[in-house]
Design a protein around this ligand. Structure first.
Ligand SMILES: *[C@@H]1O[C@H](CO)[C@@H](O)[C@H](O)[C@H]1NC(C)=O
Length: 645
């Protein structure tokens, strides 16, 4: 009985079966849909007739104003899949009834109904069919009006095929919900005694409807604005490390697990790097961390520390290569987060600050709210901040926002403000951008909130003059645009468009140095003319900056270029041209060394074949050692006590 011929199982949940079998469950028949049924208040009896002598609201110039309905406009789409004769007969009856209703409502209810019928029975059908299942049988009515927006209704042959009257009643039921008053009164005499069955799809059903949405990958930016210029471990690996200072006066050195436990009790916040002088990457990370220790001022309840594992090998048992360049954070003795990113001093300072602030700040009053909006956090201007305004912290939208920010802990400046009179709203502000504010327009589910925070926070144009994080540009699918040499209004305007950033990564190179020269040469740029480089994996196209006249023109040029022959093809046997920019940053941090830049064909792949981590792990961190575990909220509640070490 509950099986629906040919339809996937979720379709069967759409139908009204339960509503009929179990009256206690919400019924989908018209009288229980919140409509004022003209008939008796209970029981599925057909709606009553209009009072005698009243010809309905049939427009009459002389009638009293109260009974003349307001003109109203509704747009609808009947979209259906009818794989067999039985279904085809039904859908063609629906089409006829719709036509009939349309002219009747126009005449007597001052309702303009624009309807489109779309059949989706073969793969070549209307493009809108793509939003719906490509198998099974279904009948949907999408109704849209100015006040309520769009809703999708499902109705079924089985329950509506009795006669054209049942079909009519089902359709009128749906249209009634988009009209100032019920339209049931305008039913034809044949329909009056019938009951049709139709119901609106829930948000969940809408999501699961289209195969695309069901499998829709949430696409997030992997890196926050503090993480766009991280150091590449592979480039540290090839250095000698000679001359680097490997002691620190300002970091607390920890030699045993006993001491470690004691300090976790003593300090509210502890940040620790476990490192070893036997590994080149680790040794460079320690050098940076010791500089952070010298420079960063922290409160008395906060401790910056290090564990030299080459001298306390027992304490560090079980750590893996990546753990040796990971800084771990603890709050009140609990592991609250970690970062395996290697960045300059400012990167670590920001990360510490973000960890101390926690994933989501509460803005106590309007003046704090105003400051945060301007990007000012702890007295400093930040490239991007995200603020949620909620009517209450009991609101589901707030709780989902909280979940999203906890998953992104340590990466973004996020805050919330409670305003009883406000609807939930989330906005990202980037004060140095052309487009300074970006509003969230999703359904307040944690996944789309995370997507929004990560995407709206990233700069439209990433400055790579002094290097960049490897996976920001490599191991991904989008072509890279590089503006070299001079500002270009078409370029910056195009980069401000979100849909353009979906297709390209916008970057720029300013200034001159030896490595920038090497990069340009390797890209095949042999003069100093300002140029926009279109880099699609190994294909290089060059567009003189003077050529595009406006953003649309540039977009057009990019489309043309992408399908035309490349100006230059990179060989994967040579070092990647952009690697030189990363080398520049490494030299800047640790002093110049003449290192060999190795070719690496994996930089051209869509994903890193050696990646150990998904970008944002769902289950918190996965260090090789218990005290490395956690990150974000999960760790705070179920972290493993350090005494287990
Ligand atoms: C707003 O809150 C901050 C932090 O609690 C406080 O220092 C400040 O005085 C408050 N401002 C006003 C106008 O109430």
């Amino acid at each position: 009985m509950t099986h629906f011929s040919g339809g996937p199982s979720f379709i069967s949940t759409l139908i009204c079966v339960l509503g009929i079998l179990l009256p206690s469950i919400e019924c989908h028949c018209p009288h229980m849909m919140g409509l004022k049924a003209p008939g008796p208040p209970s029981g599925p009896s057909p709606p009553g007739k209009f009072p005698d002598g009243d010809e309905g609201w049939d427009y009459d110039e002389t009638a009293a104003p109260g009974i003349v309905p307001e003109p109203h406009f509704i747009q609808s789409t009947y979209i259906y899949r009818s794989p067999n004769v039985q279904e085809k007969t039904f859908s063609s009856r629906v089409v006829t009834v719709l036509k009939d209703i349309r002219s009747r409502l126009e005449k007597s209810a001052r309702l303009t109904l624009e309807n489109e019928n779309i059949e989706c029975s073969s793969p070549t059908d209307h493009y809108r069919c793509q939003e719906y299942p490509s198998t099974g049988t279904w009948n949907y009515l999408i109704v849209e009006d100015q006040q309520k927006g769009a809703a999708t209704y499902t109705f079924d042959r089985k329950y509506n095929e009795k006669n054209d009257g049942t079909i009519e009643m089902a359709l009128l039921d749906a249209f009634s919900r988009h009209s100032p008053s019920s339209l049931i009164a305008f039913a034809s005499p044949e329909a009056e005694k019938e009951v049709g069955y139709i119901r609106a799809l829930t948000v969940q059903e809408m999501d699961s409807l289209s195969g695309k949405n069901r499998h829709r990958q949430i696409s997030m930016e992997k890196f926050g604005s503090n993480e766009l210029n991280l150091l590449e471990p592979a480039l540290l690996e090839v250095r000698t490390g000679s001359g680097l200072k490997l002691t620190s006066d300002s970091l607390r050195r920890i030699d045993s697990s006993k001491e470690f436990d004691k300090l976790l009790d003593e300090y509210k916040n502890v940040f620790i790097l476990f490192w070893t002088s036997n590994r080149m990457v680790s040794l460079h990370t320690f050098n940076l961390w010791s500089r952070v220790g010298d420079k960063t001022k922290v409160d008395d309840d906060t401790l910056l520390a290090h564990v030299p594992c080459h001298e306390s090998s027992e304490f560090c048992q079980g750590l893996n290569a990546e753990d040796y360049h990971t800084v771990v954070s603890y709050k009140n003795g609990q592991n609250t987060g970690k970062t395996e990113n290697i960045g300059d001093e400012e990167f670590y300072e920001n990360w510490i600050e973000l960890s101390l602030l926690g994933p989501l700040q509460k803005l106590p009053n309007e003046s704090k709210f105003t400051d945060f909006k301007k990007g000012i956090v702890n007295g400093k201007k930040r490239p991007s901040v995200t603020i949620g305004v909620f009517p209450s912290d009991q609101d589901t939208s707030f709780q989902h926002f909280q979940i999203a920010t906890e998953k992104l802990a340590g990466k973004y400046y996020t805050a919330y403000f409670i305003n009883e009179n406000s609807k939930p709203a989330i906005t990202t502000y980037r004060h140095s951008e052309k487009q300074k504010r970006t509003d969230y327009s999703g359904k307040f589910d944690p996944a789309s909130l995370m997507e929004f925070i990560t995407k709206s926070s990233i700069p439209s144009v990433i400055d790579i003059s002094n290097g960049f994080t490897t996976d920001v540009l490599f191991h991904q699918k989008r072509p890279i645009l590089i503006l070299i040499g001079r500002d270009s209004e078409p370029f910056s305007k195009l980069s401000a468009r979100q849909d353009a950033r979906k297709n390209y990564i916008f970057t720029k190179i300013d200034g001159e140095n030896k490595n920038i020269q090497k990069t340009k040469k390797a890209l095949g740029i042999d003069n100093d003319e300002p140029v926009i480089v279109f880099l699609n994996k190994d294909r290089v196209h060059l567009i003189p900056t003077s050529k595009p006249k406006c953003p649309d023109h540039l977009q057009k040029l990019l489309q043309v270029v992408s399908s035309s022959e490349a100006d230059n093809v990179l060989s994967t046997k040579n070092p990647h041209p952009l690697r030189y920019l990363q080398v520049e940053n490494v030299n800047k941090q640790f002093g110049f060394e003449e290192t060999i830049v190795l070719p690496d064909h994996t930089l051209f792949l869509d994903s890193d074949p050696f990646a150990r981590h998904p970008p944002i792990s769902e289950s918190g961190g996965t260090g090789g050692c218990p005290f490395m575990q956690g990150g974000g909220a999960t760790a705070a509640s179920d972290s493993i006590p350090h005494s287990e070490l």
